[in-house]
Design a protein around this ligand. Sequence first.
Ligand code: G3H
Ligand code: 13P
Ligand code: ZN
Length: 312
Amino acid sequence: MPIVTSTELFKKAYDGGYAIGAFNINNMEIVQAITEAAAELKSPVILQASQGARKYANSVYLVKLVEAAAELHPELPIVLHLDHGADFATCKDCVDNGFTSVMIDYSSHDFEANVEESRKVAEYAHERGAVVEAELGTLAGIEDAVSVDADKAMFTDPDQVEEFVNRTGVDSLAIAIGTSHGAYKFKPGTDPKLRLDILAEVSRRLPGFPIVLHGSSSVPQEYVRIINENGGALKDAIGIPEDQLREAAKGAVCKINIDSDLRLGLTAGVRQHFAEHPDHFDPRQYLTDGRKNVKDIVAHKITAVLGSDNKI
Ligand code: G3H
Ligand code: 13P
Ligand code: ZN
């Protein structure tokens, strides 16, 4: 199947009470792991590349890797998405070079600037058959290059969402309801809670409109343990409880972003491999174990969190 946009996938996900996983890609093994799990479970999937990923791998490689996956899994609907595009120029470059979906992330700018840049990107992308995600509100933590102090985290203001969507014409909206990027989302001893009340109010104001959650890794403790038992030092890594994401996926949330969990799985596989085989130095050996963990994690997300299995 050619690489598709998310329009039809989101419609079905909204009506069906599930969400599509948006998994970050940086290299071949990660693309393989995600698409193999999705194909086996008959789940549509979004492969997303951040600006950091495009710089690390070179965007041309990433596009070709995703095209290869699409060729190898002809039945699998795959969206190729730009994650956290910083400006119009970055989004334009992706639309011009094979991405079917782009995120313009002007959420750290003021409302009017966010409206204007998002509107410009939507106009350009729509003329070329691509779709656009924008963001309103600020996630605590690190958003690519932008660091936001957790205490100043701003939840999305439901009073702004209708005006924002109407004026920009974007196709989906990322909102801030307590998720954040990375593996350290909550302080130890606190009770991790998403503001599902804000999500409910946003969906009431935007009936049928696809909502996106960033920063949705759950930081599986088994992988943190494997990393720490094999030379790692990840202290107090805490993620979003899976049952709260499942709840969100049953409603208006159609896209859930996961990156950190894949990084943890890959790292755990590689560290464990080296601990058990200190004599190995062939990347195919240790990356096979890293890739296997990524595939297992994606399969778990699809069945236990997203509910997107058997939807093709
Ligand atoms: O939203 C952040 C993603 O996890 C991408 O992170 O900018 O380090 O590639 P990155
Ligand atoms: P995590 O760091 O929680 O995996 O979030 C990833 C993300 O939001 C990518 O845009
Ligand atoms: Zn994000």
